[in-house]
Design a protein around this ligand. Structure first.
Ligand SMILES: Cc1cc2nc3c(=O)[nH]c(=O)nc-3n(C[C@H](O)[C@H](O)[C@H](O)COP(=O)(O)O)c2cc1C
Length: 379
């Protein structure tokens, strides 16, 4: 066995001691910086969950219920995190989730994140609006959601044609937002949805925001102009596009099966970052039943509450093909713009590599259920 080769240690960035970016040593350090920088109502918009924020707590608590069972004496001098997803080669299994309202956190947020994703080779599920970027800079998925874009055959066709023409990798269909949920913080803040597009307006000398014209409110019975999409609409979307359709927002075995039947090529087990239906538990708790129901036919991804490399490792151990994050890169965006986005994913991916090495799993194929057990389980 050779001694450790110290010459392979990467060099520190030139401004390591002076640049506040490097004061952040973990994802949640970026959260603190973001909170300090943002208008309080932008911070609430970013951080909040719906109703009692019970699922928000559960998303984190779920990971803490699991502990790792490392494997000893495995050669881990190289750790390979690469994988292939829908024909795309990825260096590591962490993706950027779609997130609306980025302009509340940083000007031109969607484009800034898209550039950060490109520079850090992270697959980005964008909310759109990045048509201005050269095609070569867009290895992304696109998001559709149940807000409306698959109501009719013509609407589906109109939506997918440019995506196919522009080399989009897949379509991510978010299915858990037929209504915007009751979000106490937004309602208290009289948050105006339009601010997601234009950013938070400046406050006056007294620190007051301009009065919102149509604030998020409470006690308005939900109504939609049109029926919300169903499995038939999903099946139609899948049949009309050659792009893989990935359904985001699945939490049960039954719905996993229905996704496969409808022709979806993947799912993301997700509770929308605990921002839609509350009291659904942590997503990591829903993962095993969805993985079992998929029976290896489609990749199962997971999001919700992942903040450290060990969280990613636990998700992979329970059968996730890859994971997605939203708040982590939004913290980076709010605190440092593109550099923050890149640094957050750099931290998460290097933590994962280190954790894989320490757990004795040199590649993704070596990760399985035997790597975790439930805290407090039998002795
Ligand atoms: C500010 C914000 C905006 C979001 N907007 C969307 C959206 O437009 N569409 C969507 O599918 N999910 C949206 N999400 C949910 C994320 O895609 C993702 O499911 C979730 O946030 C992952 O959990 P995490 O933030 O703990 O990583 C949003 C999340 C946040 C924090």
């Amino acid at each position: 066995m050779k001694a450790q080769d110290s010459t392979r240690r990467p060099r520190l960035p030139a401004n390591y001691y002076d640049d506040p970016l490097y004061e952040c040593v973990r994802v949640m350090d970026f959260a603190e910086k973001a909170k300090a920088k943002l208008d309080p109502i932008a911070w609430d918009y970013l951080e909040q969950g719906s109703e009692d924020e019970s699922s928000l707590r559960d998303n984190r608590a779920g990971f803490q219920k699991l502990i790792l069972r490392p494997k000893a004496l495995v050669d881990v001098h190289r750790v390979d995190m690469s994988l292939e997803l829908f024909g795309q080669k990825l260096d590591f299994p962490i993706l950027f989730d779609p997130a609306g309202g980025k302009n509340c956190f940083f000007p031109d947020g969607e484009m800034v994140v898209a550039r950060g994703a490109k520079a850090s080779k992270t697959l980005h599920i964008t909310n759109g609006g990045v048509h201005k970027m050269p095609v070569a800079q867009r290895p992304q998925w696109w998001q559709l959601n149940t807000g409306g874009a698959i109501e009719s055959t013509q609407m589906i066709k109109d939506f997918i044609k440019p995506l196919e023409d522009e080399g989009c990798g897949a379509i991510c269909l978010t299915i858990d937002i037929m209504y915007v949920s009751h979000r106490d913080r937004n309602i208290r803040n009289r948050f105006e949805r339009n601010w997601c597009e234009i950013g938070i307006p400046p406050r006056d000398a007294q620190g007051k925001l301009p009065r919102a014209l149509s604030p998020e409110t409470v006690a308005l019975y939900p109504s939609r102009r049109t029926p919300s999409p169903t499995w038939e609409n999903l099946a139609e979307l899948c049949s009309l596009t050659k792009l893989p359709v990935v359904v985001k927002g699945i939490l049960t075995a039954e719905d996993t099966e229905l996704c496969v039947k409808a022709g979806a090529k993947g799912i993301i087990v997700s509770n929308h970052g605990a921002r839609q239906l509350d009291e659904v538990g942590g997503t990591i708790e829903a993962l095993p039943e969805c993985v079992a129901a998929s029976r290896g036919r489609i990749p199962v991804l997971l999001d919700g509450g992942l903040r450290r490399g060990t969280d990613v490792l636990k998700a992979l151990a329970l059968g996730a093909t890859a994971v997605c994050v939203a708040r982590p890169y939004l913290y980076g965006l709010a605190a440092f713009g593109q550099r923050g986005v890149e640094r957050v994913i750099e931290l998460m991916r290097t933590e994962l590599a280190l954790d894989m090495g320490l757990a004795g799993v040199p590649n993704l194929a070596a990760i399985d259920k035997s790597l975790v057990r439930i805290r407090g389980g039998s002795f």
